[in-house]
Design a protein around this ligand. Structure first.
Ligand SMILES: Nc1ncnc2c1ncn2[C@@H]1O[C@H](COP(=O)(O)OP(=O)(O)O)[C@@H](O)[C@H]1O
Ligand SMILES: N[C@@H](CCC(=O)OP(=O)(O)O)C(=O)O
Length: 373
């Protein structure tokens, strides 16, 4: 089986801060991907840059902030981007195809199946899929917000062997190196911690969106799905292959020891929570470290209008996210039994289907560990 490599290229690597596509850059990256094909790999490209490539042509002075302007810029820029890639790949006799996806496609099993089928066929026919978010229709909760997340979900969907997130920085630093000159680069990360996340800032360039933070979040999605991740920079010919082989200028993230089953991947990274539960210290500990279920006694506050079977997000006493789970009660009912012992719950409710508010099998912990660098 061919080694499948998902490569994500950020706007900062493809466009200039003033806007407009850097065709030389698209040629460079296409050549690098073509070299992966020649070396026997099966690359999939996730590319940003539509908004950044298109806004100048419309006449906007800078990257637009208003949604409809962004959509218009993306519509213009996506065509330019695709045209540039097609031409650049053709120089290497490599065929490419445009695939536009939204978050809703990953929420629905059927649409995910459709996307997967189409992508598999393209790969079988040796066509490189060039994937971007479908900016015209993806708004608000439909939006990934950044292509880093999209690339991690694509890597999981296609069971890729590696995910490479390319950017203008040679990896993850302890702090944003643009702000803190003393920041130290991390060449290998076994586990993404709260401290790393705190040190990861927003977008560094005028054209990027997610910054290092969204790259870390994407790295977590992929590594928990069993896919090792590289976040870094390539500048010279041959460096993409070097990065795939483990010697690139960047940070390598190892896969986590326990790979998540698909259902938990969905719960953690694709589902849309319809409510929030705030729990006390004991419940937080039981959920995150004890591998136990959430009982009514640990619930302090209930927010949202959810029903039994919906996904809710759970917050600890310091209001930090602990994780997500499928809730066994309607919001109203849960509100009447929060804080009660199991014996009192039974007295309060006529028919108790399940005592647990969230069963441990329907729970995923999303808390970052606090260990130091
Ligand atoms: N801890 C950090 N380590 C490295 N880079 C960081 C960190 N925190 C913030 N950044 C910034 O993240 C930027 C990359 O993100 P972004 O601008 O969104 O790029 P892209 O367009 O490639 O997705 C870098 O230019 C850098 O300034
Ligand atoms: N779909 C958008 C993606 C924006 C985005 O995520 O940018 P980046 O942070 O550079 O990866 C575009 O093509 O402009």
């Amino acid at each position: 089986m061919l080694h499948r490599i998902v490569v994500k290229i950020g706007s900062s690597s493809l466009t200039s801060p003033e806007g407009g596509l850097n065709k030389e850059a698209t040629r460079f990256f296409a050549a690098e991907l073509a070299s992966l094909v020649a070396a026997g790999y099966q690359p999939v490209l996730v590319t940003s840059g539509a908004v950044a490539a298109g806004f100048r042509e419309i006449g906007y002075e800078q990257r637009p902030k208003l949604l409809h302007e962004k959509q218009a810029a993306a519509a213009v820029g996506q065509a330019l981007l695709m045209q540039a890639y097609r031409e650049a790949f053709a120089r290497h006799k490599v065929r490419s195809a445009q695939v536009l996806l939204t978050r809703a496609d990953f929420n629905s099993r059927k649409r995910m199946g459709n996307a997967s089928m189409a992508l598999e066929e393209l790969l079988k026919q040796q066509v490189i899929p060039v994937i971007n978010e479908n900016d015209t229709v993806s708004v608000d909760e439909l939006k990934f917000g950044d292509n880093d997340t999209l690339s991690a979900l694509v890597a999981n969907l296609l069971k890729a062997d590696h995910l490479l997130i390319l950017t203008d920085m040679d990896g993850l630093y302890t702090q944003d190196p643009r702000i803190d000159p003393g920041a130290v680069r991390l060449s290998r990360v076994e586990e993404i911690t709260e401290e790393m996340l705190q040190g990861a800032g927003g977008a560094g360039s005028k054209v990027g969106t997610g910054g290092m933070r969204s790259k870390l979040e994407a790295a977590r999605i992929a590594t928990r799905g069993g896919i090792p991740v590289f976040v870094g920079r390539i500048r010279d010919a041959g460096e993409l292959l070097t990065a795939v082989r483990g010697d690139g200028h960047g940070t390598y993230f190892s896969t986590s020891s326990s790979n998540l089953p698909r259902k938990k991947q969905w719960l953690g990274f694709l589902s849309t929570p319809l409510g929030r539960l705030y729990v006390d210290e004991g419940a937080a500990e039981a959920l995150v470290h004890g591998g136990r279920s959430l009982l009514p006694v640990g619930v302090k506050r209930v927010d949202g209008a959810f029903h039994a079977g919906d996904v809710v997000e759970v917050y600890g006493p310091d209001d930090s996210t602990l994780g997500r789970g499928i809730v066994n009660y309607d919001a109203e009912e849960l509100d009447t039994i929060k804080g009660l012992s199991s014996a009192d719950v039974v007295k309060q409710i006529d028919v108790v289907h399940r005592l647990e508010v969230i069963h441990r099998d329907e729970w995923i912990s999303l808390k970052y560990s606090n260990s130091r660098f």
